[in-house]
Design a binder for this molecule. Structure first.
Ligand code: C2O
Ligand code: CU
Ligand code: CU
Length: 486
C-alpha cells in the first residue's frame, strides 16, 4: 500500500539550502518564501484594557511568489500573540471580516462560557464580539482558534489561530528565558499539502474524516523549514501542535536532551529532561534547549502514524521544523530555575462526582454502502453525537470531579473547555514526571485515562462549555458534547 501510494502521489523529497522538505509537485521546485522564522506580532495587554483583532481573508506565500488563499487574524495566515496577565481583565474584540460566520475560542482559558467562543458564540460576517478575558489562572501557553459547528477543521486549516500567553507573579520572577521573540519563541507546527507551491484547500474524504486530515508538508509559523537567530544559552520554545489531526514527535538533530518546563496549563514543578517529545493535536508544551556549546541545532518533527491507521499514504521521514543558529551578539540567558511551580495534590477523597466518557467511531463499510447523510452519527461520545440543543451534563463550580475517558479504534486527543486538569492515571499507571502538570488536552487510547479537575468559572445553557476530540475532523463530525457549570 505504501509503495503504490508513493507512486500515485508523486511525492518528491527536495533538499534545498540544507533544509529538507517535501513538496507534491510535478513541475519545478519551489523555494520557501522567506527562510527566517516569522514571530507573530505580540499584543501585550499589560498597559491596555482593550485590544482588537480582525479575522480576515488572506493570500499567504508559503513558497516564494506563489500565493495561497488563506485566512488569518490581523494578517494573512495565523494571528498575533495575545499576552494576558493573571488578576487582570482585558476586553478583546474580534471582528469577522470573512464572508462566512465564525467563532473564536480561547483554548485553555478559564473564562466564563459567555467569553469562551464555543459553537454558540457565533460572529456573523461583518460583526464583532467582545470578550472579557478575566484571567484567574496561572501562567501558561494557550491559543485561540475558530469553533464554528461543523467548520472548525476548515477554518483552522485556512490559518485562523494564534497564541495566548498568560503571565503571573511566578512567571515574572522565575529564572527562565522570557524575552518574546528573542529567547522565548512561539512555535506552531502544522501539516499542509502543496500542489505547485499552492496550499491545498480544505476538503476531506470519508476516509480522511475517519483518520483525521493528515498532510505531508510540515509548516512552522506558516513557513517551510525556517531558521532563527538565537542567543547562546537557554532558548525557550512554546510548542503548539496546531495540526488538524497529526501527532508530532519532536527531537533535536544532534540527539541532545532538552528540558520540558510546562504543559498546556502551566509550569511543571521542575524541568524534566528528555530526548523526544510526542504532542497530540491541540497540546502545548514549553521546552528549553541549551545552545551554549553549539553553533546551531535543528528541531526535527516526525509525523506519527497511529498503529491502527487505515491509510498511511505518506512516508514518515523526519522533517526540519526549525534551525536555531547562534548569534553571539544577542545577550544569552545562562541560568534556569530548578523549581518552577508548586502543583497542588488533589486527593481522590476530595472528588465528589465521577463521570465516564467513551469516544466512539463507527465502522467503515467496505461495500461502500455508507450513505454520506448519516456518517456524522458515527462519531459520538457516550453514544451521542454533538447536538447544539442538548446539554450533556452539568457540573458545579468549585466541585472536584474525576473524569474517566477512553477511546475507540485509534488515539484521540480529548479536550475540555473552561479549566485545566491533572492526570491521575493512564491505562492503570500514574503519569510520568513530564505529564504531571496542568493540562486541558490529553491523548487517550482504548485504555482508561483518569483526570481530576474543578471549575472556577461558570457556563450557562446559552453558552455552555465543550468537551471533544481535538482531531478536528472528529470534532466536526460529532465527537463532542457540552456541559454547563452552575
Ligand atoms: Cu481547541 Cu474546543 O478547542
Ligand atoms: Cu478549547
Ligand atoms: Cu478522535
Amino acid at each position: 500500500l505504501k509503495n503504490s501510494a508513493l507512486l500515485l502521489g508523486a511525492l518528491v523529497s527536495i533538499s534545498l539550502l540544507g533544509t529538507t522538505y517535501i513538496v507534491n509537485s510535478n513541475k519545478a521546485s519551489y523555494s520557501p518564501s522567506t527562510n527566517k522564522l516569522m514571530i507573530p506580532e505580540l499584543i501585550d495587554t499589560k498597559q491596555n484594557r482593550a485590544t482588537e483583532l480582525v479575522i480576515q481573508e488572506g493570500r499567504h506565500e508559503f513558497f516564494s511568489g506563489v500565493p495561497s488563499e488563506t485566512k488569518g487574524v490581523n494578517g494573512d495566515y495565523l494571528g498575533p500573540t495575545i499576552k494576558l496577565y493573571q488578576g487582570k481583565s482585558t476586553q478583546v474584540t474580534f471582528t469577522n471580516d470573512l464572508n462566512e460566520a465564525t467563532t473564536i475560542h480561547g483554548h485553555g482559558l478559564h473564562v466564563d462560557g459567555r467569553w469562551d467562543g464555543g459553537p454558540q458564540n457565533v460572529i456573523m460576517p461583518g460583526k464583532s464580539i467582545t470578550y472579557s478575558y478575566e484571567i484567574i489562572q496561572q501562567a501558561g501557553t494557550s491559543w485561540y482558534h475558530p469553533h464554528l459547528m461543523g467548520k472548525t477543521a476548515e477554518q483552522v486549516h485556512a490559518g485562523v489561530a494564534g497564541f495566548i500567553i498568560i503571565e503571573d507573579d511566578n512567571s515574572d520572577s522565575l529564572d527562565v528565558p522570557s524575552r518574546y521573540g528573542v529567547d522565548d519563541i512561539p512555535i506552531v507546527v502544522q501539516d499542509r499539502s502543496f500542489v505547485n507551491g499552492v496550499m491545498r484547500n480544505y476538503s476531506v474524504s470519508m476516509e480522511q474524516i475517519m483518520e483525521g486530515l493528515k498532510e505531508e508538508t510540515l509548516v512552522v509559523n506558516g513557513q517551510i523549514s525556517p531558521y532563527y537567530d538565537v542567543p547562546s544559552g537557554w532558548i525557550r520554545l512554546r510548542l503548539l501542535n496546531g495540526s488538524n489531526a497529526r501527532y508530532h514527535s519532536y527531537t533535536l538533530e544532534n540527539g541532545d536532551s532538552f528540558w520540558k518546563i510546562a504543559t498546556d496549563g502551566g509550569f511543571l514543578e521542575s524541568p524534566v529532561e528528555m530526548t523526544s517529545l510526542v504532542m497530540a493535536p491541540g497540546e502545548r508544551n514549553e521546552i528549553l534547549v541549551n545552545m551554549v556549546n553549539t553553533a546551531s541545532n535543528r528541531v526535527l518533527v516526525e509525523f506519527l502514524e497511529d498503529e491502527q491507521s487505515l491509510l498511511s499514504f505518506f512516508k514518515n521521514d523526519h522533517q526540519v521544523a526549525l534551525e536555531l543558529r547562534v548569534d553571539d551578539s544577542i545577550e544569552p540567558h545562562l541560568t534556569v530555575a530548578d523549581v518552577l511551580n508548586v502543583i497542588e495534590d488533589i486527593d481522590r477523597n476530595q472528588v465528589s462526582v465521577e463521570r465516564n466518557f467513551v469516544l466512539e467511531m463507527g465502522e467503515v463499510e467496505v461495500e461502500g454502502l455508507v450513505s454520506s447523510h448519516n456518517h456524522h452519527s458515527m462519531f459520538s461520545i457516550n453514544g451521542r453525537s454533538m447536538d447544539m440543543n442538548t446539554i450533556n451534563h452539568s457540573s458545579k463550580k468549585g466541585q472536584y470531579e474525576l473524569w474517566r475517558i477512553s477511546g475507540q479504534e485509534m488515539r484521540h486527543p480529548f479536550h475540555m473547555h473552561g479549566t485545566s486538569f491533572l492526570i491521575v492515571s493512564q491505562n492503570g499507571a500514574p503519569p510520568n514526571e513530564a505529564d504531571r502538570g496542568w493540562k486541558d488536552t490529553v491523548d487517550v487510547n482504548e485504555g482508561i485515562t483518569e483526570v481530576v479537575l474543578k471549575f472556577d468559572v461558570t457556563a450557562s445553557k446559552e453558552y455552555p462549555f465543550m468537551y471533544h476530540c481535538h482531531i478536528l475532523e472528529h470534532e466536526d463530525a460529532g465527537m463532542m458534547g457540552q456541559f454547563t457549570v452552575e
